[in-house]
Design a protein around this ligand. Structure first.
Ligand code: CTP
Length: 394
């Protein structure tokens, strides 16, 4: 996804850096235009550093073959103005193009997302509200500002919307035409926790990072993305519907209604294999040795494969020995369409790491080696395979 961010002169301009950084993390190619006044509030060097692309301000700077504003208008999937002042909203509503950003807005056919940030009196001013209504009717998307503490020292509406809301809106607008558009993907992640008594539980070290990367990539490629996750410290990506669960049973129950309308599930969750047979209501007292009777949890993947029809079921195999052999066995036993074998003992592939390595194994016996790469890059590879299979089914 190629994103063009227009930064205008609101105090919230510094928050645009976070938006740019988050989009880059999702694998988007991001470029920035700043208005002349925005340059008084935040430096171009910040955006140049974050995007790796030149930051533009001047309408008359040369493009490649065409004028710069035409190049910029054509070369992006989405244009987002973050933050947007009353001035830029007014200019767009009236068709004024007197600088690079306003000229690009008028020249583009890409979706335009506008995240206003300004003083409450300005935001609620009839002229601004009329301009917003006019632009909304013309198909521009607004990410409504929040109510809260404003830079002018007052409480009110006009605070730039949250990072999640803005990145979610940009991702949704920019992923139209993505290869997973029209598909629904469920991703599971994190550990499950199985209670022992009122305060203790059995769990594992899963960080949820692999699932978060998968969800980020699926959403960016246009899928309706549902992340069913056990408790993790990893923030879910924007543009993704999150269902939080605790136990393996909760996870199974949360997936069931979503699965009816889904096209694919990628099961990255580290589901506990055992749960205590009995859970004490109160707290177990410390009285000598304690023996727990553990019983197996439900195998969620196998249950989903049983009636999958045309749906794709993708699993992970966490193996510390005989990775490929064991993963092939799981692929067969669980009737999967793809399995990713990984070994948490390998350097860079452990729980909590931002990288992973291993093998992609297909039902026809094909084994593709995955060298050490970021979990985002691995997610792209997994969805390349999913997309190819879904494309051949459609
Ligand atoms: N899985 C599942 N339900 C479970 C356990 C695992 O759906 N109760 C899923 C995992 O999310 C993963 C795949 O099955 O996608 C394989 O999980 P893994 O832990 O590698 O293997 P297990 O099936 O649990 O077998 P073992 O622990 O004996 O290796």
């Amino acid at each position: 996804m190629r994103v063009l961010i227009g930064v205008t002169a609101s105090i919230a301009a510094y928050k645009a850096a976070e938006v740019v950084s988050d989009l880059k993390k999702s694998g988007a190619d991001v470029s920035v235009i700043m208005t002349e006044h925005a340059a008084s509030l935040i430096g171009a060097a910040t955006f140049r550093g974050l995007t790796g692309n030149e930051v533009r301000t001047d309408l008359f700077e040369g493009g490649t073959k065409r004028p710069l504003h035409i190049d910029l208008a054509r070369d992006h999937d989405v244009l987002a103005i973050v933050p947007a002042t009353a001035n830029i909203i007014g200019k767009i509503a009236c068709g004024i193009c007197d600088d690079l950003l306003s000229t690009v807005v008028l020249s583009t056919t890409a979706p335009v997302v506008i995240a206003p940030a300004m003083n409450e009196m300005m935001y609620l001013n009839t002229v601004v509200q009329e301009n917003i209504a006019k632009l909304t009717a013309r198909g521009y998307s607004f990410v409504e500002p929040e109510t809260g503490w404003l830079a002018c020292g007052a409480e009110g509406v006009g605070r730039l919307a949250s990072l999640e809301a803005i990145v979610g809106a940009i991702t949704q607008a920019g992923s139209q035409g993505g290869d997973l558009e029209g598909k629904k993907v469920i991703i599971t992640g994190g550990p499950t926790v199985e209670p022992i008594d009122a305060v203790r539980f059995i769990s594992n070290k899963s960080s949820g990072k692999m699932a978060s990367s998968l969800a980020r990539v699926a959403a960016r490629r246009g899928a309706e993305t549902v992340l069913v996750t056990g408790p993790t410290g990893t923030a879910p990506p924007a543009g993704v519907r999150v269902i939080e669960v605790e136990t393996a049973r909760d996870m199974k129950e949360a997936i069931a209604p979503e699965w009816e309308t889904a096209d694919c599930i990628v099961m990255a969750a580290a589901v506990c294999d055992f749960r205590p047979e009995k859970v004490k209501n109160g707290k177990i007292k410390r009285q000598g040795n304690l023996t727990l009777d553990l019983v197996p949890t439900e195998d969620i993947l196998s249950g989903l494969s049983a009636d999958k029809g045309d749906k794709l079921v993708v699993g992970f195999a966490l193996e510390t020995d005989n990775e490929i052999e064991n993963a092939k066995k799981k692929l067969k036993e669980k009737d999967l369409d793809l399995i990713i074998a990984n070994n948490p003992l390998r350097e860079g592939a452990g729980f909590g790491s931002d990288t992973n390595c291993g093998h992609l194994i297909y039902p026809d016996g094909r084994v593709e080696e995955i060298p050490l790469m970021s979990k985002l890059d691995l997610s792209e590879k997994i969805f390349d395979a999913v997309s190819a299979r879904l494309g051949s089914i459609a």
